[in-house]
Write a protein that binds this ligand. Sequence first.
Ligand SMILES: Cc1ncc(COP(=O)(O)O)c(C=O)c1O
Length: 477
Amino acid sequence: MLDALAEYQRLGRYGFTPPGHRQGRGADRRVRDVLGDALRCDVLATPGLDDRLARGDRLPEAEALMADAVGAQTAFFSTCGSSLSVKAAMLAVAGGDGGLIVGRDSHKSIVAGLVFSGVQPYWVAPRWDAERHISHPPSPEQVREAWERHPDAAGALIVSPSPYGTCADISGIAEVCHERGKPLIIDEAWGAHLPFHDDLPTWAMDAGADICVVSVHKMGAGFEQGSVFHVQGDLVDHGRLKLCADLLTTTSPNVLLYCAIDGWRRQMVEHGRELLTAALENAARARTELARIPGITVMEQELLGVEASHDLDRMQVLLDVSETGATGYQVVDWLRENRRIDMGHSDHRRVLATLSMADDKTTIDTLVDALAAWRVQLTDPRPPRMRLPEPRELQLESVLRPRDAFFGPTEAVPIEETPGRIAAEQVTPYPPGIPVIVPGELIDRAVIDYLRTGLAAGMNVPDPTDPELNTLRVVAR
Ligand SMILES: Cc1ncc(COP(=O)(O)O)c(C=O)c1O
């Protein structure tokens, strides 16, 4: 794809086709000043990069090279993020009238997939570290129990790595699914780089998953929205998966995204090992130096273990700042305002630095210096108090299918009156994008207190109809 774009530009091709701007011609100068390079690369996939019948096989060849690079049987590129890819996977496995065993620590795009498809979720609760107030992916035993309760489910869907880099025991879970002849989908949005280095957690296909969805734009080096889904084995109909993706996708894919995915694949094949070795060394150094800052705990061993996660992507550097008295929200706001640094994630007690092969000594020093400076100036953080629910209070009872709750008659009621009502919309602190409330769940007082006090403390909750959470949409009585 990348070579095809270079050739398009070298040959000076011109299209009486969309896009209307013709590699920047016709676009406003102020737009070109900022977006000129991107506009030059914005051409039609067909006819443009390839001819009207796609006789050059550009996309299939790029996808085959990707599959070959990572050792999957088939790879599909998507320009609509893992948000689309994961829905396509859900439809392919359980679409129609099926059920799916799903980790409750799923991303909101999975919940959206349940709403669209009508698929019945059989939730598996994540494991909770109540002391640190963090969840870990479900264990193989939990998935086995879910299969015992719901033997007719069409498959299972688990997120791994989590947005914090913590990983499930995918091979154990795959074994449990395969004993029943059922497929396992892994949402590996945060694991694009995993196939390319042995010191990173095992990537889902090597661990036996049947479908695996990755966001190249997260831990790879593509543009936002670039995603790939991989398939292997015969438990999933590859043709059906392609058809399901076709149902959801755009008919105008942005070739910039394809080219970036393709170019990143080549870079990984040629240099992935050395680039990721250097990245892991940088991450190890960052961990050591950040741990020297008083009051900051660099989380690692506390995330691993029998009752915790199976593995950890050490490129995700999770910092617990609770000892300093500050919240993660306060830290990231200070870093943005005073050091022009943005962080990947923050919550009531943590901050996440997502490192990548783009980082080097300079960027790591910048991060360490900035956090050290934040710590030095900190005198009296006085964070607003948040009411944190107990793990059992976060496990809301699911009483209706998400689709039925979402599309049935609903009403907006004052949030104080919602305990005991059935949610009709999802409510998701972002990041990490894991809904606290899913349509169809019975709302309880503890999650309402958590969300309201969280908002006051700086939590970002972008998805409910009323972003201030004065009201919430519930199933009408
Ligand atoms: C676990 C998980 N799955 C899926 C997605 C959606 O990915 P994308 O942003 O590529 O649509 C995200 C995004 O943050 C995610 O964290």
